[in-house]
Write a protein that binds this ligand. Structure first.
Ligand SMILES: Cc1cc2nc3c(=O)[nH]c(=O)nc-3n(C[C@H](O)[C@H](O)[C@H](O)COP(=O)(O)O)c2cc1C
Length: 235
C-alpha cells in the first residue's frame, strides 16, 4: 500500500493494449469486496470510452480511455461521496499495485453515456489502463495543476506540538489526489481530539475528504468517523 501511495500519480494517457483477464478479475473481485463493506455500488466497465470521445467534455486531456469504474452508490446514503473517496482510494491504490495507471475523473467526462439506476448517484469515475512513461501532454497537465504541494503545517491546525503518529498520517495525506489539486481537506488537533474537515462548496469536496481520511489512516493506523468534521479514533 505504501509503495502504491508513493508511485501513484494521475495518468491520462493510456496504451491501446487492453487489461488482461487476470487484471480484470482482480479489480472486479476487489470492487465486489469494497461494495460489500461500504454499501456502495461501484461498477467496472470494460469499455467506457464513449464518455471520453467528445472533445468538448474531456478537453482532449485523456487518450485511449477504455476501462473505468463507475463510482456510484445509493442516493439516500448520507455519506455517499465521502465513502466513494474513502473506498475508491483503496481501489485506486490496489490498481496502482497491479502496475496500471489511474485517474479520478469528476468533471472531464460525459455522464450521459452511462445508464444509472434511478435510486443511484454517479459521483465520478476512475479510469485505468496500461501506461508508458508520462507523455509531454501529461507532464504539461501535471505542471499546470501542481502548484507547490501544501506543507503539513498548512493542512493541520493544532493547539500543541504534533505527536509522531499524527505526523506519520499527515505525510501520507500530502500524497493524496484531490480534485483540481486543491488539497482542501484540513485536519484539526485540539484538546487531544483529531478531526478532518473540508469547506464543502464544490461537488468533489466530500470525495476529497474521504480520500484524505483514507490516506491519514494508512499512515497512522486508526479510523475516522464518516462525516465532515468526523472524529478520529486511534485503535
Ligand atoms: C475527486 C477527484 C476528481 C478529479 N477530477 C478530474 C477531472 O475531471 N479531470 C482530470 O483531468 N483530473 C481530475 N482529477 C485528478 C486531479 O487533478 C489530481 O489528482 C491532482 O491534480 C493531483 O495530482 P496527482 O493525482 O497526480 O497527485 C480528479 C481528482 C479527484 C480526487
Amino acid at each position: 500500500m505504501r509503495s502504491a501511495i508513493e508511485k501513484r500519480v494521475s495518468r491520462r494517457k493510456f496504451e491501446q493494449e487492453a487489461l488482461t483477464i487476470e487484471e480484470k478479475e482482480k479489480i472486479i473481485s476487489l470492487i465486489h469486496q469494497l461494495n460489500g463493506e461500504s454499501g456502495l455500488r461501484m461498477e467496472f466497465l470494460e469499455d467506457g470510452s464513449g464518455a471520453f470521445q467528445k472533445l468538448r467534455k474531456s478537453y482532449g486531456l485523456f487518450t485511449n480511455v477504455r476501462s473505468l469504474v463507475l463510482m456510484k452508490g445509493k442516493k439516500e446514503d448520507k455519506d455517499l461521496k465521502e465513502k466513494i473517496g474513502y473506498y475508491g482510494e483503496d481501489l485506486v491504490l490496489a490498481i496502482t499495485d497491479l502496475g496500471l495507471g489511474t485517474c479520478w475523473v469528476g468533471g472531464t467526462f460525459d455522464p450521459d453515456e452511462f445508464t444509472i439506476d434511478s435510486d443511484e448517484e454517479l459521483a465520478c469515475v476512475v479510469v485505468m489502463g496500461k501506461v508508458a512513461a508520462p507523455s509531454l501532454t501529461e507532464k504539461m497537465v501535471r505542471s499546470a495543476t501542481h502548484r507547490k504541494g501544501k506543507s503539513i503545517e498548512e493542512r493541520i491546525k493544532s493547539d500543541q506540538p504534533l505527536p509522531q503518529w499524527i505526523k506519520n498520517g499527515m505525510e501520507v495525506v500530502l500524497l493524496a489526489p484531490s480534485a483540481k489539486n486543491t488539497q482542501k481537506t484540513i485536519f484539526r488537533y485540539e484538546n487531544n481530539i483529531l478531526i478532518a474537515e473540508i469547506v464543502d462548496d464544490y461537488s468533489m469536496d466530500l470525495i476529497d475528504l474521504g480520500i484524505a481520511k483514507k490516506h491519514f489512516e494508512i499512515g497512522a493506523g486508526g479510523k475516522f468517523e464518516f462525516g465532515n468534521s468526523g472524529v478520529f479514533h486511534l485503535s
